[in-house]
Design a protein around this ligand. Structure first.
Ligand code: PLP
Length: 350
């Protein structure tokens, strides 16, 4: 730390991203990336965009916004894009939490980091013992609420009706639903936008659309809330989406059938992997995401993580009090998951 750093940031603890190994490991299941490449249509679109790289990108990103609005069944004015959904979330913490923020004690690790970065008062609400989020615990908070649905790293999801209850019991407060994993089986809150103007849905192309490396996320909300996000965007970086990413995003949206087939494969593989691990004595939450959340009554998660690493398999372990004995394992291809299950079974059933 230099003597020039503003003292407001001297205690800031940054987000710790999952390991991105320099030399490829055999099976990488630690950061919830897709095991499949993005739609084959992406390559050509990105190559064409490279030809025009000398020009600034479209700051309104209208082509991708219009296609995404159509895909999601909303008006283009209800959508804005970010450099990853992380950027959208950052704007939300910066500008849309005037009375502080509330989020679950176990959820996406970036929420507390952004709250600290933008000096937003934090109210954490513990998940119940079974890791479920009880909407009653969120009634009348008088501050912005943010949570992931399905939640990370538990994979547990609220129904659309439960989210409606949260919106009803927080009139006048913004509720941000982070739907990074929505395409793997849970119900999107987007249809509730017709009825509730205190709802914002945030999503990403990183997971189900296999574009983590391109950085493309979005927010869907009322026109007024989208104008608020654009106010921040145009006061910070109007060119937050580069030409290659915009081209990739447009191409991916044109190939809905490829996207749906990949998401369905991941769901099927998740169901099979969970079933096999449970037969081997592991416990898995009822995940609706592209990962499973796994523990074993006799083997410590940190030890299991080390054993898997020794076999060339990376999974995620969080050194955090309530989830110390759990591993978050991304769903890979069928072959990768068979290998994982075989090793996990051999560890506990010698
Ligand atoms: C991965 C993830 C994000 C971030 O997605 P990007 O679009 O890659 O920035 C946001 N929220 C949750 C819960 C995530 O898991």
């Amino acid at each position: 730390m230099s003597i020039y750093l503003d003292s407001r940031f001297s205690k800031l603890i940054p987000y710790a991203p999952g390991e991105q190994p320099k030399t490829p490991v055999k099976i990488k299941l630690n950061t919830n990336e897709s095991p499949f490449p993005p739609s084959p249509k992406v390559r050509q679109a990105v190559m064409a965009a490279v030809e025009t790289m000398r020009l600034y990108p479209d700051p309104t990103a209208s082509a991708v916004i219009e296609a995404l609005a159509q895909t999601l069944g909303v008006r283009p004015g209800q959508v804005t894009l970010g450099n990853g959904s992380d950027e959208i979330l950052a704007f939300c913490f910066q500008a849309l939490c005037p009375n502080g923020v509330a989020f679950p004690d176990i959820s996406y690790g970036f929420y507390p980091v952004y709250a600290q970065l933008y000096q937003v008062d934090i109210h954490t609400i513990p998940l119940r013992d079974d890791f479920t989020l009880a909407v009653e615990d969120y009634a009348g908070l008088g501050r912005t609420i943010v949570f992931a649905n399905p939640n990370a790293p538990t994979g547990l999801a609220l129904s659309r009706a439960q989210i409606a209850t949260m919106l009803e019991t927080n009139p006048g407060s913004l509720v941000i639903v982070d739907e990074a994993y929505i395409d793997f089986g849970a119900e999107s809150a987007i249809p509730l936008l017709e009825q509730y103007d205190n709802l914002m849905v945030v999503g990403t192309f990183s997971k189900s659309r296999a574009m983590a490396g391109a950085r493309l996320g979005y927010a869907v909300a009322s026109e007024a809330l989208i104008a608020d996000l654009n106010l921040i965007k145009y006061s910070f970086n109007p060119y937050n989406l580069n030409r290659m990413t915009l081209a990739a995003g447009a191409a991916v949206l044109e190939d809905a059938s490829y996207f749906e087939a990949c998401a369905q494969k991941i769901i099927n593989t998740r169901i099979i992997a969970k079933d096999k691990l449970e037969k081997s004595g592991y416990y898995c939450t009822d995940s609706m995401a592209n990962f499973i959340f796994v523990s074993h009554p006799e083997y410590e998660a940190e030890v299991l993580q080390g054993r898997l690493r020794a076999e060339g398999i990376l999974v995620r372990w969080f050194n955090q009090s309530r989830i110390k004995n759990w591993l978050r394992i991304t769903i890979g291809t069928e072959t990768q998951m068979d290998e994982l299950v075989k090793i996990m079974d051999s560890i506990t059933n010698k």
